[in-house]
Design a protein around this ligand. Sequence first.
Ligand SMILES: [Zn+2]
Length: 231
Amino acid sequence: MRIKNRYFILILILSIFITSFYLLYHLDKRFNPKPITFNIDENKPTIALTFDDGPNSSYTQNILDVLYEYNVPATFFICGKNIEGNEKLIKQMIASGHELGNHTYNHPDLTTLSNAEIINEFSLTQEKLYEANFDYTLKYVRPPYGRYDENIQNLYQEQLILWQIDSGDWENINEIDIINNVVESVKHGDIIVFHDDNNTTSKALKNIIIKLKDEGYQFTTVTNLLQLLHI
Ligand SMILES: [Zn+2]
C-alpha cells in the first residue's frame, strides 16, 4: 500500500513538473516569440498563406501557434476595428516575423463607397495601429469580399493584393473541404486566403502545411513571394 502511495506521489510530482514546463514553454513562446526564420530555395515551389478579418481574440492565437510550430511565416490582413483589445496578438505577429496588411477598418464592400470613404477605411486602420503604439506600416490593401472595381484598382494599383486560391473557410465548411480546396488546386506562386475568425481554419491549417511541405512546397510572406516571382 505504501509503495503504491509513493508511486502515486512520484507520478503526481512528475505530472506537475511536466505540465508546468509545457505551460511555461508555450507562454514564453507566445510572449517572447523569436522571429520565424526561413530560407527560400528558388528551385522549390513557393506559396504565401494569408489570413483575413482578424485579429480575433478567440481564434488568431491558434493560427499563430500552428504557424510557429511549423516555422511558417504568413501575412495577416487585419481590420482596424479589431485592433483594440488584441494588441498582444499583433505584437506576437510582428515579433514572430509575420507580415501585416490592411483589410479596411469596418470591412465594407468598397465598391459601394466614395473615394474619400475608401481611403478613410484604409487610413483609419493604419492610424489605429500607430495609436496602439505599433511602429509598423501596413503592407498592401485587400478589399473585403475581394470586391473591387477599376476605380479602386486605380487608387491602389500594385498595393492591391487579392489571392489565387480561396480556402473557402468563410463558407462554414468542414476541415476536410478546406484542406481539399487548397491542396487540390495550389501551384507555385499562389497566394491563399484563409480567415482567422473561426475554429476550423487552424485545424485544417496544420494538415495543409504538413501535406504541402511533403509535396516540397515552402511558405513565405506576400512581399517575399512577389520578390521571388519578380513582380
Ligand atoms: Zn474579409
